[in-house]
Design a binder for this molecule. Structure first.
Ligand SMILES: NC(=O)c1ccc[n+]([C@@H]2O[C@H](COP(=O)([O-])OP(=O)(O)OC[C@H]3O[C@@H](n4cnc5c(N)ncnc54)[C@H](O)[C@@H]3O)[C@@H](O)[C@H]2O)c1
Ligand SMILES: O=C(O)CC[C@@H](O)C(=O)O
Length: 530
């Protein structure tokens, strides 16, 4: 069997993950490391998926050249080497391996804390050079000191627990984490100013983004406690290295331990000339255990994504488990069809889409269902790739506000998915259900009861309820050599407007549609495929 999916592994990963990919007959995995942007642009068009660590930069030009790419898997945590907005716009899911190297990185932070306090690298170099001057490498104790942890996610928490065990006082700053969680890991919540002013050590564990770039700038470094030390095993760009150099040179800070740099490698950096700085070459994730864990995880998750669409650690999608996807799967198909239907019935710009779940379906995770409704709506109106990764972005671009709501009480059906769209001051509402838990049925259009399998070609009309309309439609369809497999006619309870929903064997030509629209009783006629 020839492989269904091609995966490019662009940075070295542990062989365990490669073996998993290689042993899956559905996958063809090519390893090509060290590609620069131009080379990656030239190669990426052949692949469904890309796996990287931190070296390969997945830039906008790479994403734009990636005509069939569906996923970028980051074998690690930080995704700052991937242009996430570009990937999202193109409907490419990005996922990482959030916990797989966290312990290893936390341990390197503790190792740096210790080597910084006890001058281990300097003392090692001295002994190797034949020098024996213990007093020169005298250090400081950690016990009783205060450490400030900036970023209290997976790694920050592991570091905090370890520092608490070393009898340090731990302060934590993270604008998105509650103080109770911090205290649960042995840390006291602090604001950034207090943390910087009172900590003997500051350790960084937040992601690099536009918001955290130069989080420690000259002003914040100057506000640190005199004689404090910094450990950075997160990302180089979090600290302004020029300001750090100044603070270390002028003695305001006693030292720094750095695993990451603004430019890697930090060739020519003046920091390298300072004796009170400890350096490692982005080693945070480099243990056998972490590399194996990261590699296995990315390979397994990539196979799962390519074959089922589940991406539990996606950074540009709501996190949905494979179980949640399975439970909501049939409703997603229904919501997609309803989205396409409403997209066809509304013949102008849509300003709002409301997805309402009634009955049992309201107990499920609504996000994949809403996402598919939006994908259906947009795919009815756009030609490019639309999927649940970029549907939200595309909807925002088109000015469509999306809401979702749920009512656990059943409304006529055990489960009902209802979608309403606001278009040109009017609301169009369609609803559907699942028969036997898996067979999608369209059951309502704007208050008219119908029963149709939402699949194939349709002609929909809204017309004056008077004799002869159905016959006139039938004769145009007959002349076009189009079969009718099913016809639903609905009459309004309190109006003289009726609808017809006709399942047809092929799509109607533009001329035939114009002819139908010109029939005097016809108020609206739309041909579409679901
Ligand atoms: N040196 C290495 O090899 C290595 C290895 C693994 C991870 N990392 C880096 O470590 C970072 C943290 O990893 P993690 O697994 O703990 O990530 P995480 O997502 O679990 O935690 C990051 C935390 O930072 C917080 N945060 C976001 N913005 C903040 C801000 N402005 N100020 C303070 N906190 C903020 C978030 O709320 C979150 O709690 C990663 O983003 C990655 O860049 C480096
Ligand atoms: O790939 C690596 O070795 C580094 C990974 C690390 O920076 C991460 O963010 O997970």
């Amino acid at each position: 069997m020839s492989a269904l999916y091609s995966v490019l592994i662009a940075d070295p990963i542990h062989e365990s993950g490669r073996n998993i990919l290689d042993s899956d007959a559905r996958i063809r995995a090519d390893v090509e490391t060290g590609l620069d942007e131009g080379a990656l642009v030239a190669r990426i068009g052949d692949y469904d998926a890309l796996i990287v660590r931190s070296k390969t930069k997945v830039t906008r030009p790479v994403i734009e050249a990636a005509s069939r790419l569906r996923a970028v898997g980051r074998a690690g945590i930080g995704v700052d080497n991937i242009d996430i907005p570009s990937a999202t716009e193109r409907g490419i899911v990005v996922f990482n391996t959030p916990d797989a190297n966290a312990t290893t990185t936390a341990e390197l932070s503790i190792a740096h804390l210790m080597s910084l306090s006890r001058n281990l690298p300097q003392a090692d170099r001295a002994v190797r050079g034949g020098e024996w001057k213990p007093a020169r490498y005298s250090g400081v104790e950690l016990s009783g000191k205060t450490i400030g942890v900036i970023g209290f996610g997976t790694i920050g928490r592991l570091v905090a627990e370890r520092c608490a065990a070393l009898k340090m006082r731990v302060l934590a700053y993270d604008p998105f984490v509650a103080p109770e969680i911090m205290s649960g890991h042995g840390a006291e919540a602090a604001n950034l100013e207090t943390l910087l002013a009172s900590a003997d050590y500051v350790t960084l564990h937040c992601p690099l983004s536009d918001k955290t770039h130069h989080l420690l700038d000259a002003r914040r470094l100057a506000s640190m406690k005199p004689g404090a030390r910094i450990v950075n095993c997160a990302r180089g760009g979090l600290i302004d290295e020029v300001a750090l150099l100044d603070a270390l040179r002028n003695g305001h800070l006693a030292g720094a331990a750095l695993d990451v740099y603004e430019a890697e490698p930090p060739t020519g950096s003046a920091l390298l000339t300072l004796d009170n700085v400890v350096f490692t070459p982005h080693l945070g994730a480099s243990t056998e255990e972490a590399q194996q864990a990261v590699s296995l995880r990315i390979a397994e998750d990539m196979i799962k994504f390519l074959t089922t669409g589940a991406a539990e650690t996606a950074v540009n999608l709501p996190r949905v488990t494979a179980d949640q996807l399975t439970q909501t799967g049939p409703y997603q198909g229904l919501a997609y069809a309803l989205g396409r239907l409403v997209g066809a019935l509304c013949e102008g710009p849509i300003s709002r889409l409301d997805v309402h779940l009634f009955g049992r379906v309201a107990e499920l995770d609504s996000r994949p269902i809403t996402a598919e409704a939006l994908v259906g709506l947009l795919s009815q109106r756009m030609t490019g790739r639309v999927n649940r990764v970029n549907a939200g972005h595309l909807a925002r671009e088109q000015g469509i506000e999306v809401t979702e709501s749920r009512t656990e009480e059943a409304r006529d059906f055990v489960s009902l998915v209802e979608i309403s769209a606001q278009c040109c001051g009017q609301t169009t509402t369609v609803a559907g259900t699942l028969l036997g838990g898996s067979h999608a049925r369209l059951v309502r259009i704007d208050g008219y009861d119908v029963e149709a399998v939402p699949k194939g070609n349709f002609l929909f009309t809204r017309h004056q309820d008077q004799p002869g309309v159905v016959g006139a439609l039938g004769s145009i369809l007959g002349r076009e050599n189009i079969n009718i497999s099913r016809m639903q006619v609905g009459v309004g309870y309190d109006s003289d407007t009726a609808i017809a929903l006709i399942s047809i064997s092929a799509s109607l030509s533009a001329a035939a549609m114009d002819e139908i629209r010109s029939l005097p009783p016809i108020e609206q006629a739309v041909g579409f495929a679901l």
